[in-house]
Design a protein around this ligand. Structure first.
Ligand SMILES: [Zn+2]
Length: 138
């Protein structure tokens, strides 16, 4: 972790901070990071691990739990894909510095990546609620 100078109040701030703790200004490191929020499976208390991989190298970039938001350094466009254990699909994206993505569920446990302006509110939990009887349809 490094300390940088807040552009607004000129005080020292962690480069990992999203906001200056002194004045609340967004931190410039935002310009070279990417944030991805993992979804919550509605109706189920799953706590599966979620992963972001570099598509070109196959290396794991960062991991987190469902509902968490992860941040990783990104200084140039990067090809990534996301895996959520217990879910289908490995949605891909070319991410750019400063991008924010939300992962959501589509259909029966298939995940997708959606680019958003900012990450606010609650984690996406649009998953089909199997506790109310998915199998009744058959
Ligand atoms: Zn400040």
């Amino acid at each position: 972790m490094a300390l940088i100078i807040c552009e607004e109040c000129k005080k020292e701030v962690s480069d990992k901070a999203l906001q200056c703790p002194h004045c609340g200004a967004p931190i410039s490191s935002k310009k070279h990071d990417v944030m991805i929020r993992f979804p919550i499976w509605k109706g189920q208390m799953l706590n599966n691990m979620c992963y972001v991989y570099n598509k070109d190298t196959g290396e794991e970039i960062v991991r987190g739990k469902q509902g968490e938001t992860v941040v990783f350094e990104c200084t140039e466009p990067m090809n990534i894909y996301v895996v959520v254990k217990g879910s289908f699909g490995k949605p891909e994206a070319t991410v750019y510095p400063g991008d924010r993505y939300d992962v959501g569920y589509r259909g029966f446990g298939k995940i997708y990546l959606s680019k958003v302006d900012s990450i606010t509110g609650n984690a996406n939990c649009d998953g089909l609620d199997i506790s109310v009887g998915f199998f009744k349809q058959f």
